[in-house]
Design a protein around this ligand. Structure first.
Ligand code: NAD
Length: 333
């Protein structure tokens, strides 16, 4: 099966794609390479903006996975304009031309952040996705556009993922467990911004499994699925990361507990993904930390801006004041 992964050079794509190759799939990646190229050599690269693809470019693909866009709140707050273009319009456009090109399935990278701020509720996919910040709004818009396209010949699967963490060859240190890991190793301190806030955490290995389950699901399956390894309070995540590092590294790690107001707070039910996709997470915070420890020598230049999406994005945007979207495509060439 031939699959196109849009945004496949990112953090998640660089873990997912080697697994897809191992299963015998032929993989092409279309990407702007904002964070470099860490993909295996057998992947065919299309160095383009999604908006520069045509229906002809998509002929011959059976499935398309959308992993592109501005992948966190700080990037979306920094450039709401680019957020709505890349996160809402790009999946709408790609899904639309995919269907016209007779692609069979579109898998969309959504986020649990669409749930906003909910206290003491375990949210399933039927719960209204209501939030008031640009990243969450655009991710819902992209999802709605994609879901409208589904029919008997075109399956659409949206994976609402928790915060992904763990090692990737294209590393990010701006994701909760990864950030705590970094400051514990570098400063022997973990800052917990608000211990009572809930977050679904998703090990990157479990995230990759969810995409594999989605592309291998029966053709008549479409739908929205919550995907997480587990729900934790941020305070508990801090304790688990600290304990794992103290045990491994043998030094004491301090916890700095703050009470900063957060606009995201949610925990999700993943039963639908278990029942329909046979998604069964295998990881937890402890095993994510073990995975980070195993690979830590590959990213212990902790302050390298490329590990921080907002910093890397600002650096690209700084190169191109006049027309950020197009110029960023050029700047990343
Ligand atoms: N990482 C997480 O915790 C998380 C959680 C929930 C959802 N998601 C979603 O999953 C997806 C993947 O996340 P990630 O962490 O791998 O992201 P990432 O930021 O590491 O990678 C995104 C990639 O998309 C590319 N890209 C962006 N816009 C493009 C365009 N218009 N055309 C071509 N390429 C483009 C970038 O160059 C980059 O390589 C994103 O859509 C994100 O919103 C991520």
């Amino acid at each position: 099966m031939k699959i196109l992964v849009a945004g496949g050079a990112g953090y998640l794509g660089c873990v997912l794609i080697p697994k897809l190759l191992d299963r015998g799939y032929e993989i092409d990646v279309v990407d702007l390479f904002w964070f470099g190229n860490h993909l295996p050599r057998q992947v065919r690269i299309v160095h383009k903006d999604i908006f520069d693809l045509s229906t002809d470019d998509l002929k011959g693909y059976e499935q398309i996975i959308f992993l592109a866009g501005l992948s966190n709140d700080p990037m979306a707050e920094f450039s709401p304009r680019d957020n709505f273009i890349f996160n809402a319009a790009a999946p709408a456009y790609l899904g639309y031309i995919a269907k016209k090109s007779r692609v069979r399935r579109f898998v969309y990278a959504c986020s649990c952040s669409v749930y906003g701020y909910k206290e003491n509720e375990l949210l399933d996919e039927g719960h209204p996705a209501v939030c008031a910040y640009p990243y969450g709004i655009a991710k819902v818009q992209g999802e709605q556009a994609a879901m409208q396209l589904q029919d008997g010949n075109f399956s659409v699967i949206s994976l609402r993922k928790g915060t992904v963490s763990g090692y990737s060859p294209r590393m990010r240190l701006d994701l909760i467990v990864n950030t705590m890991f970094k400051t514990a190793m570098r400063d022997h301190t973990i800052t917990v911004n608000n211990p009572s806030i809930w977050r679904p955490i998703l090990a990157i290995e479990d995230a990759a499994s969810a995409y594999i389950r989605a592309i291998e699901a029966h053709q008549n399956i479409s739908g929205i699925f919550n995907i997480a390894s587990g729900n934790y309070t941020v305070g508990e995540v801090g304790d688990l990361v600290r304990d794992a590092i103290q045990q491994h590294a043998g030094f004491r790690v301090n916890l700095e507990i703050k009470q900063i107001q957060d606009f995201r707070n949610y925990k999700v039910n993943i039963q639908k993904a278990e029942n329909v996709l046979s998604f069964h997470p295998q990881h937890d915070v402890k095993s994510i930390v073990a995975n980070l420890i195993e690979h830590s020598t590959r990213f212990d230049d902790w302050d390298n801006p490329v590990y921080y999406n907002l910093q890397a994005f600002k650096n690209l945007a700084g190169l191109c004041k006049e027309e950020p979207r197009q110029q960023m495509a050029m700047a990343s060439d």
